[in-house]
Design a protein around this ligand. Sequence first.
Ligand code: CP
Ligand code: NVA
Length: 302
Amino acid sequence: MKRDVLSITDLSREEIYELLESAADLKKKRKAGEPTEYLKHKSLGMIFEKSSTRTRVSFEVAMTDFGGHALYLNSRDIQVGRGETIEDTARTLSGYLHGIMARVMSHETVKKLAEYSTIPVINALSDREHPCQILGDFMTIMECKNRFEGLKFAWIGDGNNVCNSALLGSAIMGMECAIACPKGYEPKAEFLEQAKALGGKFTITDDPEAAAKDADVIYTDVWVSMGDEAEQEKRLKDFGSFQVNTELLGVAKPDVIVMHCLPARRGLEITDEVMDGPNSVIFEEAENRLHAQKALILKLMR
Ligand code: CP
Ligand code: NVA
């Protein structure tokens, strides 16, 4: 039976721990220059409806490290851009590839891909979630804090796709999640309900200091996500007091780590001082996308 990962909730706590262990091992091997050609002659199709730096490059390099091949499929260049259905695309690609990852506008697209493919499908960011991001983030938290239970994870900013995965992932791993969003930008009720059903301990506030108070992790993301450009002006106003800056760090634990999925808009959601400061693990986090995704594709495609 093929497995798809469309949401972080498609993985159990045990599976996430296993993936993090495997990711750490793959990271060690890569640093030591040990060969890891576990997916020789296997191909991963990478469908992109939106821009990407980290996701595209890390998946492509992952397949190279495994001795396999990755195909970059911009949705404008393949026939879906001219009206071929996702269902037919999924059936066709299943005959060539061993796995698909897709970055899509609408989560429905990645669901359809999964439904009509006979090969594993990975959500590489949709309007609902970004599970690959959260796996890399959790790897980084493990490296820095060596646990999830008892930690306070503070989300500062937009209750968006990455926030949803962070909320659900925290619930799975037993980490307290404190979310601060401007009114009207909170995660949708269905995600809160899902987190509650998973036993998650979380709070929602519109006070960034309350969320950041005694936090072990402070996390932020852009105020204007891909697809939200039409709301740019309003959003920049609404999010004005949600910047991750030195003052906000002052209420967190002294050893708080600062995370950002990137790309960042320096000077908006985060200051240069914090992004380049001693608490920032943002570029380690970006690197860990590679190792965590390698563990994931190995689990699904080997
Ligand atoms: N964080 C992340 O997914 O980055 P990209 O948009 O560059 O892939
Ligand atoms: N929330 C951002 C994440 C980018 C990786 C977006 O959807 O654009």
